[in-house]
Design a protein around this ligand. Structure first.
Ligand SMILES: Cc1cc2nc3c(=O)[nH]c(=O)nc-3n(C[C@H](O)[C@H](O)[C@H](O)COP(=O)(O)OP(=O)(O)OC[C@H]3O[C@@H](n4cnc5c(N)ncnc54)[C@H](O)[C@@H]3O)c2cc1C
Length: 117
């Protein structure tokens, strides 16, 4: 789900913040670049390790091979800023800001991709 903060007719949002670096968050960030979005894209994830795909990982663990399920995405080349090991603690829509462990993060458009949490 996303919260659009731009008024109709205003300029395009310059800063998209995606909360949650799972499948939904990663695919959203990548899709923004694939569709030509040139503003800032910031992907925030609570887990400290590189984003990974859960279903293949669970199958690999069962087979005794727990490596290789990280998303094959070059975040740096796509100019997607990854902030890992950073939990989002709250949302202040009126201020267009998230509160995180590392301090407030402003956004123009927020994508909440925190899964079932
Ligand atoms: C063990 C296992 C096996 C699975 N096998 C299959 C399968 O075989 N087939 C299938 O179709 N589906 C399977 N699934 C389900 C599939 O993994 C989910 O449907 C999919 O991961 C959902 O993606 P998502 O990005 O919406 O949420 P998630 O994968 O839950 O990602 C959400 C991310 O947001 C982060 N996050 C949450 N809260 C915060 C916060 N406050 N601040 C910062 N980050 C936060 C989490 O750390 C997480 O990385 C499986 C799930 C599990 C757990």
């Amino acid at each position: 789900m996303s919260e659009q903060t731009q008024e109709p007719g205003s300029s395009a949002p310059r800063r998209v913040v995606v909360a949650g670096a799972g499948m939904a968050g990663v695919q959203t960030a990548v899709a923004l670049r694939e569709q030509g979005f040139t503003g800032d894209v910031i992907l925030i994830g609570a887990e400290p390790h590189q984003p990974y795909d859960r279903p293949p990982l669970s199958k690999a663990v069962l087979l005794g091979k727990s490596e290789g399920s990280a998303f094959d995405v070059d975040f740096e080349a796509l100019a997607i800023e990854l902030r890992l090991g950073c939990e989002v603690l709250g949302l202040r829509p009126a201020d267009h800001e998230l509160d995180t462990e590392d301090g407030p993060v402003p956004y123009d458009v927020l994508v909440v991709a925190t899964g079932a949490e």
